[in-house]
Design a protein around this ligand. Structure first.
Ligand code: ADP
Length: 500
């Protein structure tokens, strides 16, 4: 306690030198900074200069007496605790002094211990008061900080050019910003508080937001973007994320919307152009290919190995050009929404088994194990387009074989997740570095490094896969680390494939 006393200044006011000096010694020994005054006037003059926390005040002094000093102290800006020293006192004078604002009293003559007790008690009261004031100040500051933080976040959300909505865990909209209202053509004074369907006219997206809000995607990792159109003229890209509480419980979802109409128009023009060029190239290329094949056939007997070799390679090249053009045309069809799905009941387990069997020989050639893992409970049949699924998983498993070294492991696993089915194609191959992950779904994008340089491909497989998954109302997600392998997860709704 003594080490805290140095912050509590004591002023001793008494006309008796012995009392002043004696008290000063006792109090200094227990750490109080002490000043003394022999008369009332001197004490008041001192207090004008330097405030004291405690004043020990003799009531009977020549000049202005203690009562008068006490009265003047009560008018000061910072009022010290006054302990009156009642020399010839009666109980009445002590009571009178207390009524005028004194905090305590000590009768004269007093023992050092008595003085210590009385002054320490006053010091404790001062400390508590100071602490309470500090806590109060801190509380006010914290509250105003919180308030400021809240209003800052609100201002940021309001000013964002992207549309933003926040839902609670029952899918009710609890916050929306002006950009959202503008994107969806809602009145500026539209209120929050009802279900998401009341604001967004896209059933499957609303279902997704509901699922995210209810915590069904907590462990899914990055939830892929969802694109949809509002009428024919506006295209939006939406990204939803769960909002998690302190115990990782789901409190709702936050969704942001970006207007991608301009990008879509450009994309469509590009697709149309690519489709046109591919179309024009296809027939002449096919003719050249056939002619090379014919010449090769005619040359069988008059064999000049060098020429045969050149022609064989030319035939291979034209063949890969023809299949690339086929891929490009497929992709253009998918991107332009011209793909016509024919949904029918599909046993996904069987479909995957057929693809795994078909590609098994390629895996064997690379001494890889290729396994299909299905759940104990058979998967329910799903209504979807089987050709699209064959193309999706054929491409993904082929990639897994291609980008996994000899002796590697590839696993295809399907499981039911709520109302969806998730199929994962897992390999322990080369993996993909972060900087490439976002780009591998772009047309012609191929990762070229030491390990993949000699693997042939067009860079069109994954764009086709993504286009097909989107058109079935599903989602695709990649987890990968260089040197460790990749997992491509495809989420399929159990009823997928719009007939268009
Ligand atoms: P392609 O296989 O014809 O090059 P894709 O569009 O199918 O084209 O794939 C694009 C790129 O993504 C590939 O070139 C490869 O670098 C990378 N990739 C795809 N699948 C895998 C995988 N399972 N493991 C590692 N890299 C992969």
């Amino acid at each position: 306690m003594a080490d805290q006393n140095d912050a509590i200044r004591v002023l001793i006011v008494d006309d008796e030198l012995d009392i002043r000096e004696g008290s000063e010694r006792i109090l200094k020994r227990i750490g109080y900074p002490v000043h003394t005054a022999a008369r009332g006037e001197e004490a008041l003059a001192y207090l004008q200069q330097r405030p004291a926390a405690i004043v020990l005040l003799d009531l009977k002094m020549p000049g202005i007496d203690g009562m008068e000093v006490l009265a003047r102290i009560q008018e000061m800006e910072s009022i010290p605790l006054v302990i009156v020293i009642t020399g010839y006192a009666t109980v009445e004078t002590a009571i009178k002094a207390m009524k005028q604002g004194a905090y305590d009293f000590i009768p004269k003559p007093f023992e050092p211990e008595q003085l210590r007790i009385v002054v320490n008690r006053a010091a404790e009261k001062i400390r508590l008061t100071r602490e309470a004031k500090m806590l109060e100040r801190e509380k006010v500051r914290t509250l105003s900080d919180l308030d400021m933080e809240k209003s800052r976040i609100r201002t940021i959300i309001e000013a964002l050019p992207d549309g933003v909505i926040v839902t609670n865990n029952t899918g009710k909209v609890v916050l929306m910003n002006p950009a959202f209202k503008q994107l969806f053509g809602l009145d500026a004074d539209v209120k929050t508080g009802t279900q998401i369907e009341d604001y967004i006219p896209d059933e499957s997206f609303c279902r997704l937001v509901m699922d995210i809000s209810q915590g069904k995607y907590i462990d899914y990792g990055d939830i892929p973007d969802h694109e949809f159109s509002l009428g024919k003229e506006k295209y939006l890209r939406a990204r939803g994320q769960p909002v998690l509480g302190g115990k990782k419980e789901c409190l709702g979802a936050v969704v942001n919307f970006v207007d991608i109409t301009a990008m879509k128009v450009l994309d469509r023009l590009k697709s149309e152009f690519v489709a046109k060029v591919s179309h024009e190239l296809r027939s002449p290329l096919a003719t050249i290919h056939e002619q090379i094949a014919q010449v090769l056939k005619d040359m069988v007997d008059s064999s000049i190995p060098a020429e045969q070799d050149i022609l064989s390679r030319a035939k291979e090249k034209t063949q890969s050009l023809i299949s690339m053009i086929g891929d490009l045309l497929d992709l253009s069809h998918i991107e332009e929404g011209l793909i016509c799905h024919e949904p029918q009941p599909v046993q996904l387990g069987e479909l995957l088994q057929n693809i795994v069997d078909f590609l098994g020989s390629r895996a064997v050639a690379k001494k890889q194990s290729l396994l299909l893992r299905l759940p104990d409970e058979p998967l329910p049949p799903i209504t979807t387009d089987p050709l699209a699924l064959e193309s999706i998983f054929g491409n993904l498993i082929t990639n897994a074989i291609n980008y996994t070294p000899e002796g590697g492991k590839i696993e295809v696993a399907a499981e039911l997740a709520g109302i969806n089915i998730i199929v994962k194609v897992i390999d322990n191959g080369f993996g993909i570095a972060d900087k490439h992950i976002d780009r591998i779904f772009e047309r012609f994008y191929r990762v070229k490094d030491e390990k993949t340089r000699y693997i042939t491909g067009t860079g069109l497989g994954l764009p086709i896969v993504k286009g097909l998954v989107d058109s079935l109302g599903g989602m695709i997600h990649v987890d990968s680390a260089p040197g460790e392998g990749s997992t491509f997860s495809v989420l399929l709704p159990t009823t997928a494939g719009r007939s268009e």
